[in-house]
Ligand binder design. Structure first.
Ligand code: GDP
Ligand code: IMO
Ligand code: MG
Length: 421
């Protein structure tokens, strides 16, 4: 089956772990959107790998990994990641293909990401400052520089010169140092030497392997609620993590996808700003953060923690047509007296079961909770029937609410800490 793994909340649901588990049944793992704003953690034995741009499938030595056309690539960050992985003994060799159509993150994208954030003050999005937004802006303004431009240094030079000339006008407005197009060109010409062997027309490649019935695993980054169209705009990222992004970000037809798995944490986290109705700003939230190690895999920022919000997950499931759910981090809730789940919102005196598009309205939504009895321990439990009864009640209620089966329950960060049903 060709499958898609997608975040059902605001990112960091444990997609890396689930992709790692599913990679054994795939031939090719492909990233289709986002960039090095992603941080996907995979724990194998005593080693922890954090993937940002390279698909998590790279850790399986016989699998091919593709960075699709919808991804934005910071070559500096890519090469650092590649070296780190190789240093940890991961052989990449010819197993990695980068789309020639993918856009390049440039130094001025990162600078302007940070600048825009600081000028927004308290209203800032809380981006990862990886240049993601400004890079997608250039893509859509049709002035972006693409991976294929690395193959022709004359073209690369000309494009950098033209773009830097424009950017420098903005630098003057903001009163910051101008960029030097020659320096940027020299830096990127160096990157080109190292990146060239990986560049491919991945649209034809992927369609070829699809025709040959190879199994493709799509690795979504970020989460459904961070989607530029369907997320909690403007507190979102600049790409489409939801299902449509998998097609526009790879060039594969919709028929190539047979199964969609939503990854959902047993509670909710969010990094950066924006409304979060079930957020816990008390000791319970602090306890979840500490126990769950809820600190960003990319930026190290503390993640905001709260109870599971099923309005959010149900919306995400609807958007991408999720067939099944992988629930992660149930072990983090071990030992709590009671556990709550948000099943709706109270908005101006009435109960609603949807997320208002107007963010100011969403910010006024108060969670309506259903309370569950806690449980002692799920760690090291290997089969569903051995889970504590109250954990089973929690899981089965969520399944009924969503109308979707929970087929994987992750009880720890390691590869083997998972219950499959
Ligand atoms: P991703 O961005 O969706 O891949 O998720 P992250 O890697 O950013 O964050 C998930 C974190 O939770 C990582 O540190 C994982 O190692 C960890 N993790 C994943 N599944 C589980 C689980 O079931 N239990 C616990 N305790 N940790 C988990
Ligand atoms: P993974 O793939 C969690 C958040 C940022 C910020 C907003 C916009 O690891 O789940 P950006 O840098 O993309 O312009 O930031 O999106 N964000 C993430 N939050 N997990 C991620 O990726 C994220 N990628 C971006 O914190 O709120
Ligand atoms: Mg992450």
């Amino acid at each position: 089956m060709n499958r898609l793994v997608i975040g059902a909340q605001w990112g960091d649901e444990g997609k890396g772990k689930i992709v790692d588990i599913l990679t054994k049944d795939a031939d090719i793992v492909v990233r289709y959107q986002g960039g090095s704003n992603a941080g996907h953690t995979v724990c194998i034995d005593d080693e922890t790998f954090i993937l940002h741009l390279i698909p998590s499938g790279i850790l399986h030595k016989d699998k091919i990994c593709v960075i699709g056309n919808g991804v934005v690539i910071d070559p500096k960050s890519f090469l650092e990641e590649k070296r780190t992985l190789e240093g940890l003994g991961v052989e990449i060799g010819e197993r990695l293909l980068i789309s020639e159509k993918a856009h390049l993150v440039m130094p001025y994208h990162k600078e302007f990401d940070a600048l825009k954030e600081s000028s927004l003050g308290d209203d800032k999005i809380g981006t990862t400052k990886r240049g993601i937004g400004p890079c997608y802006v250039d893509k859509h303004a049709r002035v972006g520089i693409r991976i294929c431009d690395l193959l022709s240094l004359d073209i690369l030079k000309k494009k950098i010169e033209t773009n830097v000339e424009e950017i420098n006008k903005l630098c003057d407005v903001y009163g910051i140092d101008r960029f030097n197009h020659k320096e940027i060109f020299e830096e990127y010409a160096e990157y080109a030497k190292e990146i060239t062997p990986y560049i491919r027309n991945t649209v034809y490649y992927l369609n070829g392997v699809y025709k040959n019935k190879k199994k493709i695993l799509f690795e979504g980054a970020q989460g459904s609620l961070l989607d530029i169209d369907f997320g909690t705009y403007p507190f979102v990222t600049s790409s489409n993590p939801t299902v449509g992004g998998a097609f526009s970000g790879t060039g594969l037809p919709y028929k190539a996808l047979e199964n969609v798995i939503g990854v959902m944490k047993a509670y909710t986290t969010r990094v950066g700003n924006g409304p979060f109705p079930s957020e816990l700003t008390d000791d319970v939230g602090d306890n979840i953060r500490q126990k769950g190690g809820e600190f960003g895999a990319t930026t190290g920022r503390p993640r905001r923690c709260g109870w599971l919000d099923l309005v959010v997950v149900k919306y995400a499931a609807m958007l991408s047509g999720m067939d099944e759910i992988a629930m992660t981090k149930i072990d983090v809730l071990d030992g709590m007296d009671e556990i709550k789940v948000c099943t709706g919102y109270e908005y101006e005196g009435r109960k609603i079961g949807f997320i208002p598009s107007q963010l100011e309205e969403f910010a006024k939504c108060k969670p309506v909770y259903k309370t569950f009895e806690g449980w002692d321990n799920t760690k090291n439990v290997e089969s569903y029937s051995d889970l504590p009864d109250s954990a089973k009640q929690y899981i089965e209620f969520i399944e009924r609410f969503l109308g979707i089966p929970i087929t994987m329950i992750s009880t720890g960060s390691k590869r083997n800490e998972v219950i499959t049903r």
